[in-house]
Design a protein around this ligand. Structure first.
Ligand SMILES: C[S@@+](CC[C@H](N)C(=O)[O-])C[C@H]1O[C@@H](n2cnc3c(N)ncnc32)[C@H](O)[C@@H]1O
Length: 210
């Protein structure tokens, strides 16, 4: 009985965490989860930065900025414009050098071709369909602009019980195909590993001229 109880407790905790990762909420989201995301995401954000290779004077957008760790690093590189978008009300609302907007990835409140670069780390698991979001990223990118996505592939995500609570297990092939449908061609792939997450992938796409 005790083992069952513990199992149920762990499963409820995994579900709670999964919900908080999908959209930090309340005081716990603000004070615990958002800063924690920066720690968990450190190596993934480093990979995203390497793939993005941001240049001074660029206009960059991060979608699903969570605790804001990557935005803070991007802000130091003298961008012309730096914007962070997140659906959550519990993530930081002020980060020096960045405009922060509460919005949904599939409905970005920006004009066509507003950005040179778009980046999103550990967010695509929360999109029920990839195509509408990647089409939106393609819309706000200028021709020749780049998109960087970093995420855990299914074999890595499955090792964590919380993936059962609302995470989409998108494969690299799914992501590459959905990006291609929006005129975003795969340019570079890198992977990283460590502990929790054990394994993750970074993909850089370039928007064609058409
Ligand atoms: C797992 S966290 C990753 C945060 C950060 N990118 C990192 O790697 O540390 C996912 C973040 O994406 C946001 N998010 C989830 N779905 C989103 C969506 N459809 N549009 C915009 N933001 C979203 C959540 O609110 C959360 O802050």
């Amino acid at each position: 009985m005790r083992v069952d109880g513990e199992g149920r407790g762990l499963s409820l905790f995994a579900r709670y965490l999964a919900r908080q990762f999908a959209e930090p909420s309340g005081l716990i989201g603000r004070l615990v989860i958002a800063p924690w995301l920066n720690r968990i995401g450190r190596r993934l954000n480093a990979l995203a930065l390497k793939l993005l290779a941001p240049q001074p004077g660029e206009r960059s957008l991060e979608v699903g900025y969570g605790g804001g760790g990557l935005l803070r690093r991007l802000a130091r590189l003298r961008p012309a414009r730096l914007v962070g978008v997140d659906v959550s009300a519990a993530v930081p609302r002020q980060i020096a050098g960045a405009e922060l907007v509460r919005a949904e990835a599939a409905a970005l409140p920006f004009a066509d071709r507003s950005f040179d670069a778009v980046v999103s780390v550990s967010v695509l698991h929360f999109w029920l369909r990839l195509e509408p979001v990647l089409a939106e990223f393609g819309r706000v990118l200028r021709a020749g602009g780049r998109l960087v996505l970093v995420f855990e592939p299914p074999e890595a995500l499955r090792r964590w019980a919380g993936h059962r609570h609302g995470f989409q297990l998108w494969s690299e092939a799914d992501v590459v195909a959905a990006a291609a449908a929006s005129g975003l061609a795969l340019e570079e792939r890198r992977q990283g590993s460590g502990r929790k997450p054990d394994f993750f992938v970074g993909l850089r796409f370039r928007k064609g001229a058409g």
